[in-house]
Design a binder for this molecule. Structure first.
Ligand SMILES: [Fe+2]
Ligand SMILES: [Fe+2]
Length: 190
């Protein structure tokens, strides 16, 4: 992708997310490119997917719902209730329509970074994981996950999914079926 296109995305992102989110995004880009190098994935794809993954993260519930309705996007009951999950789907749609990203693997990596899903591609796994291990993250267990991330991609994604599931359970929150399916399919893959 041409540099001016990347600049355009970056400037637009800056206007749409908080500074905190922007710094997080830079961290995810760095981690995603490193993981792509390690696991022989296309670095450019990892870079673009990471750049756009949280484009809609600071949208309000109303903004997300309006975007979904205006663009005829489908959300299941869990997504409607755990509305933060929608920011992946909305960001993927913006990437396609606003920034003309046509690579389905990139679009899926953006869309499914919020839940994971069954049989994730390598790029999907990289973006999912980079989101958890980027350098600004400080939660308990992040050091261990960073280490595993550069040893075994599947094991690391499984660990990230387990952490997420435990966290959602601790909050008595809604768990999306995609997250369970992502975990099951990884366990079978391993
Ligand atoms: Fe996100
Ligand atoms: Fe993120």
């Amino acid at each position: 992708m041409e540099k001016y296109k990347i600049d355009r995305i970056q400037n637009s992102l800056k206007e749409n997310v908080s500074e905190h989110r922007y710094i997080h995004t830079l961290g995810v880009m760095k981690a995603a490119v490193n993981l792509a190098k390690k696991y022989n994935e296309d670095e450019k794809s990892a870079y673009i997917a990471a750049l756009l993954h949280d484009y809609a993260k600071n949208f309000s519930q109303k903004q997300l719902n309006e975007y979904m309705t205006n663009n005829n996007l489908y959300a299941d009951e869990i997504m409607i209730n755990a509305y933060q999950l929608l920011h992946g789907k909305v960001a993927a749609h913006i990437a396609k329509t606003e920034f003309n990203i046509q690579n389905d693997d990139i679009l899926n990596a953006i869309e499914y970074h919020t839940t994971g899903r069954e049989k994730m591609s390598k790029l999907e796994k990289i973006i999912y994981l980079a989101d958890f291990i980027e350098e600004n993250r400080t939660y308990h267990g992040v050091e261990e996950l960073r280490k595993v991330a550069y040893e075994d991609l599947n094991k690391a994604v499984l660990q990230a999914l387990n952490n997420t599931i435990k966290y959602v359970l601790s909050l008595e929150g809604l768990l999306h079926l995609n997250t369970i399916e992502a975990r099951n399919s990884l366990l079978i893959e391993l």
